[in-house]
Design a protein around this ligand. Structure first.
Ligand SMILES: Cc1cc2nc3c(=O)[nH]c(=O)nc-3n(C[C@H](O)[C@H](O)[C@H](O)COP(=O)(O)OP(=O)(O)OC[C@H]3O[C@@H](n4cnc5c(N)ncnc54)[C@H](O)[C@@H]3O)c2cc1C
Length: 313
């Protein structure tokens, strides 16, 4: 049987068109606050291994339902105090009155944290839909406006290339993104996606709607296919059959799975890079190796590396 040609790859155009190395992109990394001492050890290992790549910022998530406020704060604080990284703290609207959310934001500002990722947030596990707190911020746009009233934070928000599942229409969702930017956000990071066309079509629609801030692709290296499929179904991100087939038969073979995941994400990023994308946000899942490998392929090297110095000239 003739193998499928790479030219027909559903990810995008053939890799042969990728030039040897475009200039190194700007990257940012996302971590989640650890629950246990063991998880904390792997987070700090990942932070230390990724720090030399000089990310623009590293962000720390806020658990679904607003469940990790203390842990998120401790993680952000440690990054702020013990590394040279710029932390960005995720803040959500879920399960808290405005006054509580405002206090969290004040505390971050006092700590010297100037960048926040403002989100509506997902409902807690077991609850299938979002209900705003009676005294809370109803959505991310309100939260952005509230945060800007507290201090002049740099604010990043979420964008949904395949439309947020609760939006009335793709147009209404884009209007919502616009409201978040009009309220003071200056960057959007996308929900994960696999097919580069999804990203490009979204950016085209956003630019046509007058949105001119960076729309940074959120890249999710697949470490656990079943989880990604479940998460994709919940957040409206398509997980195509061809991605499923890449991971079939690898449930018990984590080593090969990792190699396939690196190859898939690197391929996706290179295709975005060659089309002119110069910023990437990585959902690291607190692991260094995949993000390191992909960044390396994209030309992002430790600051002292002559390759990076060359690329920055
Ligand atoms: C980069 C990134 C990081 C994330 N980090 C976290 C995290 O740390 N913690 C967490 O819990 N979740 C996180 N999420 C998930 C996010 O909370 C969910 O996707 C959530 O369901 C939507 O968040 P949002 O900020 O986009 O919401 P919003 O922008 O408020 O939009 C939510 C929905 O409401 C609709 N909507 C908003 N305002 C209006 C209005 N006035 N009228 C009509 N419709 C409206 C929108 O169209 C959309 O359908 C993250 C997502 C991304 C992409």
């Amino acid at each position: 049987m003739k193998p499928a040609s790479i030219a027909t790859s559903p990810i995008g155009p053939p890799l042969q068109e990728v030039p040897p190395r475009a200039s190194a992109p700007e990257v940012s990394f996302e971590f989640f606050p650890p629950k246990t001492a063991k998880m904390a050890a792997s987070l700090w290992d990942a932070v230390q291994r990724l720090e030399p790549l000089g990310p623009q910022f590293v962000s720390v998530t806020y658990g679904a339902g607003g469940t990790t406020r203390e842990r998120t704060h401790r993680t952000v604080e440690r990054i702020q105090k013990e590394t040279h990284l710029t932390p960005a703290a995720h803040i959500t609207c879920v399960g808290a009155a405005r006054a509580e959310v405002d206090r969290v934001a004040h505390d971050y500002w006092e700590l010297g944290v100037r960048h926040v990722v403002a989100l509506r947030g997902d409902p807690p596990e077991g609850s299938d839909h979002y209900r705003p707190h009676p005294d809370g911020y109803a959505n991310a746009a309100e939260l952005v406006a509230g945060l800007k009233r507290i201090a002049d934070f740099e604010i990043t928000v979420a964008a949904h290339p395949e439309t947020h599942p609760e939006a009335a229409s793709p147009e209404a969702d884009l209007d919502n993104l616009k409201r978040k930017l009009d309220a003071g956000a200056s960057r959007a990071i996308t929900q994960f996606f696999f097919e580069t066309d999804i990203y490009f079509r979204f950016v085209e629609r956003a630019r046509a709607a007058g949105i001119d801030v960076p729309i940074v692709p959120g890249i999710l290296p697949v470490t656990n296919f079943a989880k990604v499929a479940k998460f994709g179904a919940a957040c409206g991100a398509t997980v195509p059959d061809w991605v499923d087939s890449l991971f079939q038969g690898l449930d018990e073979d984590s080593e090969t799975r990792l190699l396939v995941a690196a190859s898939l994400a690197a391929d996706q990023c290179r295709r975005l890079q060659v089309a002119g994308v110069g910023k990437f946000h990585f959902y690291t899942l607190n692991r260094a190796e995949l993000t390191l490998a992909i960044c390396h392929i994209l030309g992002v090297r430790p600051e002292a590396d002559p390759l990076k110095a060359h690329a920055l000239q």
